[in-house]
Design a protein around this ligand. Sequence first.
Ligand code: OAD
Length: 240
Amino acid sequence: MQTAFRFKRSDKIAVLTGAGVSAESGLKTFRDHDGLWESHKVEEIATLEAFQKNPEKVWCFYKQRYYQLSDASANPGHFALKELEDYLQDNFNLITQNVDGLHARAGNKRLIEMHGNLNKCFCIKCGAEFALDKIDLDPSIPKCPECNDYLRPDIVLFGEIPYKLETIFKILVNLDFFLVIGTSGSVYPAAQFLQIAKTGGATTIGVNLEKPNNLRFIDEFHQGQSGILLPALLKEWLKK
Ligand code: OAD
């Protein structure tokens, strides 16, 4: 595996991941052939208006995806990123657009789930938060155990602001390396992080099956599956 770069423990490194990093765990991506947005309409599932108009349909989609998670486990790509965190400690940050929780299952702690988490939900009235395995999922719209109003999946819907953006922007402008893995670079604001990090002085590295839309901001690009490429690249990056 060829890479021009070696990482030191003192390097500040952040990683942005997308659905591609979980593809080898058996989870569908969104925009690839046979991806989730090929069989579902985004505007009927993943927008605030969709939840207001037809919460049953939105819940049905996310319940299915939640149940699929029980068969999925972290893959070698996730574990390589856990190893990178172990090496860099506080100099490492992992920002993910994924809601599957697999980075946490792999052991990453310095993790920002900017689009939420499929294993969680919250009440639209009182704001109480619950793990999905602690609530009754049988009703088509699950109800809040505390105030009996409707719950909604803890997923950032289109039209809403992703979580922890302020923290993310602070991380992006103070980096030696920024790695972008398994994301098509088509959903903003995440698609803009590469440009921000590069403008802030970071060297940028991409790992993706297809060329992403924001390829022009990537200094070194590796095309292929992250579950195969990341463990091999990690060996090189950490070589003395
Ligand atoms: P996409 O489905 O848009 O892109 C997935 C990317 O992963 C594509 O560029 C693929 O080429 C690549 N890919 C597929 N398999 C791979 C593999 N094994 N290794 C490496 N790369 C692989 O997914 P995202 O970019 O994550 O938002 O989508 C961003 C957001 O759009 C999601 O978080 C979701 C969606 O709508 C919300 O739901 C809010």
